[in-house]
Design a protein around this ligand. Structure first.
Ligand SMILES: [Zn+2]
Length: 415
């Protein structure tokens, strides 16, 4: 999964000075804000804005749905938040139960802190049978746009969630099952394909996909793959973000994503490339996640290429593109490159390649074990560039050479 770096995000969030300011259609001064119980409104103390259209159509049930959603967003207590969410989703998705949540709150800020910068603005509360769909815009307000398009980094996201009423109790729910209700379903052994209506089904690729997973599993784990994979095939990146709850997301172009939790039996794979075989994401599924960005993405790219930044899903091609664009590696260049997440994908794969050439599959396995850390959450917030630097240094040590010598070896393999 491809996310913007935290540094970039903070840069964007800090960027307050925009020279040419054009106000959007909405006159900011007239923004409807939630009125408190005394009927006063206050943009600074209220937790969200509400669109006038919804304000005028408000009723008691809608308000309850909104209150639950807002409570969920701001609540700092994990287990309380989980109790607001539909138990079916929690069983199915484990720690990823609220599909938007981990990518939206990825910046290491307190939830309230982030929401103070990106204040929720509720646009729609649409009733459908026993469900309300709430669409919320997250932007820095006042919302301004610039003549320089590169500065137009707001809104940040538009998120859609469902609120379902069950025996007088309200639960939040992902839109996933509603959004994919009319998708085509195919089962190929443990691969459960859910296919967007516009995508043509490729049964040959399904067979190849299973063969790839089986052989990778035997090679790395010494046993057959025995879990179920729900494989969502969409024709575009924005379709994936859509079904996972983002009507819009300024989170980078996502070509593929895997969601899994070892405490649940389900694994979800999302592709926006209409492909029924996705080796890169299969690697993330079959191999353990070792908790180092360079190593995990390096392994996945080594076996299956990377689609990050429009790349082809083929490592040989990624490597050629990389050298064509940046020329030979140097120690200085490397440091700079580690600041960009997408450059780490091919770089990581080139490190994997060197270890594989010297020490084979056993060498790869042995080296992987060096990243095993107890605390799952801890490593998530270590910056990717720092992780990449550490892994590169460790790889050189593992091969008994200096970092400069490792760079020379990589350069020698330039296609
Ligand atoms: Zn990946």
């Amino acid at each position: 999964m491809l996310f913007y770096s935290r540094i970039l995000v903070f840069e964007i969030m800090k960027r307050a000075k925009i020279t040419t300011v054009i106000f959007l259609l909405l006159c900011i001064a007239n923004l409807t804000v939630k009125a408190d119980s005394e009927g006063k409104s206050d943009t600074d103390t209220n937790k969200y804005y509400l669109h006038s259209q919804e304000f005028q159509l408000m009723n008691e049930e809608k308000q309850k749905a909104i209150d639950l959603w807002i409570d969920f967003l701001y609540n700092p207590n994990d287990s309380l938040r989980k109790s607001f969410w539909c138990p079916d989703d929690v069983r199915y998705l484990g720690k990823n139960y609220a599909l938007f949540d981990r990518s939206f709150f990825q910046f290491g800020l307190e939830r309230a802190e982030q929401l103070a910068i990106l204040k929720p603005y509720i646009l729609y509360v649409e009733p459908l049978n026993d469900v309300f769909f709430i669409t919320t815009l997250f932007a820095k307000f006042p919302l301004t746009v610039s003549d320089s398009s590169i500065n137009n980094q707001s809104p940040w996201a538009i998120i859609k969630v469902a609120v379902r009423k069950e025996n007088d109790k309200y639960f939040l729910k992902n839109v996933l099952s509603y959004e994919t209700e009319f998708w085509k379903k195919y089962k190929y052994e443990y691969l459960n394909y859910l296919v967007h209506p516009a995508v043509e089904v490729d049964t040959v690729a399904m067979r190849e996909a299973k063969q790839f997973i089986d052989s990778l599993s035997i090679l790395w784990n010494g046993e057959k793959f025995d879990k179920q994979i729900d494989y969502y095939v969409a024709p575009s990146s924005s379709k994936i973000t859509d079904i996972t709850g983002y009507q819009f997301a300024f989170l980078g172009n996502m070509t593929g994503m895997v969601l899994q939790d070892s405490n649940t039996n389900s694994i979800l794979l999302f592709t926006g490339l209409s492909n029924f075989i996705y080796k890169h994401e299969f690697v993330h599924i079959v191999l353990d996640e070792f908790g180092n960005f360079l190593w995990d993405e390096g392994l996945a790219t080594f076996y299956g290429g990377t689609g990050a930044m429009g790349g082809k899903l083929d490592f040989a091609q990624n490597k050629k593109d990389f050298f064509d664009e940046f020329g030979e590696l140097t120690l200085e260049k490397l440091d700079e490159m580690f600041e960009y997440r997408w450059k780490i994908y091919p770089l990581g794969a080139m490190v994997v390649e060197q270890i594989y050439k010297e020490k084979g599959i056993d060498g790869l396995k042995q080296f992987s074990q060096k990243f095993k850390v107890e605390d799952d959450e801890e490593k998530e917030f270590t910056h990717h560039s720092k992780q990449a630097k550490i892994a590169f240094k460790m790889a050189a040590e593992f091969l008994g050479i200096t970092e400069t010598e490792l760079i020379e070896k990589i350069n020698k393999d330039k296609p």
